[in-house]
Design a protein around this ligand. Sequence first.
Ligand SMILES: Cc1ncc(COP(=O)(O)O)c(C=O)c1O
Length: 443
Amino acid sequence: MGIEPTPRLFGRGTGFEVRQAHQHPSAPTFIIDQALFRRYVKFLFFGDKLRKVHAMREIFNRKIIYLDNAATSWPKPEAVYEAVDHAMRYSGNASRSGHRLALEADRLLYQTRKLLASFFNVQDPAQVVFTKNCTEALNVALKGLLKVGDHVITTSMEHNSVLRPLSRLQRSGVEVTVLQANKEGYVTPKQVAEAIRGNTKLIAVTHASNVVGTIMPIADIGKVAHDHGVLFLVDAAQTAGILPIDMEESYIDLLCVPGHKGLMGPAGTGVLMVGKGVEVESLIEGGTGSLSESVEQPPFMPDKLESGTLNVPGIAGLKAGLEFIMEVGLSAIRQHEQKLTKQLLDGLSELDNVVVFGPKDPNRTVGVVSAVIRGVDPAQVSALLDREYGIATRPGLHCAPLAHKSIGGFETGTVRFSVGYFNTEEDIQKTIQAMKRIVKPLV
Ligand SMILES: Cc1ncc(COP(=O)(O)O)c(C=O)c1O
């Protein structure tokens, strides 16, 4: 399916020349008068409003079954929406001024750092750095740590948020080893140990695959890193807020998490947590509200790695998300998601002509399941699920090309179903029913 050419309007003279966007600038144009143009704009405006109303009806009248929690969690706990709204109304810019609205923002940041530090067992809340997503946290960590001549070990199950920064670093002289995962997306601590060299500075591993949900043995890999005096980075994009993570116990030196997935905060939030004594250089320099007399970046944390105005409303939402998780309890969240994942894995595996990738045991995965209907483009399946059944999934390669090469399905990608705390057994039952109906006429 090609992209539809959209009419583009070029203002010139008294009328307007209209040319199709895909045409060459020298192609003939035709003239419309301004009244017609105004009617066209009016149509676009109201057309857009109608589409929005329609989308809202879809969400509220005919319940959407949201199975795209690996991209971002939805819906959020009510307290998250309230916290964002409150922070937008009643806080100023943090670390800049001394008035009450600015102090309110300062307090919020400090409380959130403290909460995150206790949740992930970081000794000093100052080592908790706010970023705009997990990708930024990973970039700051990798680029702030690795220098020409250093060696880094990673795995074929990584997201492009790890692979692309590493690819760039490799071009500038960092040595990169990518360990091949097995068909289930698993890399062993032994593989990691065998890849360590004299110049190995870092081991960077995803906690769980965003394609098939495989959980990596991070505590064991952390022990290998610790025993060899190598730093250990964990990408917890798919596990923060779902599996317990203890930086000390798992020997994690750098922990990167998104705020908007399992932690249930808003988009535009992420966190980098840095172990004590680990030196990371800044990726972006600028205003921090501290040491304003100097043109140099402050050398202390978290200011060293946090330049510019922080996303205070987003962080307020993240704090509310974290408080919700602490109230419900990680084990209750995990148990619920495990039950739904088992139901999904079992139900999809039983369907004729449906291939499910990765481990079939929900004890070894988080709630991410990838499947294809034999011979059918995943984009078509995902579009049908959305259009006909109101089920939101994600088709394609999920920003992890090497993971697909490891587990299969690189040519077409997969349909990814990812469960969240707010999904129900009924959601999964309806999804399996929908897949059953979709398979029949297509195969
Ligand atoms: C394993 C993994 N790492 C990193 C990321 C990037 O996270 P963000 O979207 O917060 O940048 C994702 C996003 O899906 C992911 O699944």
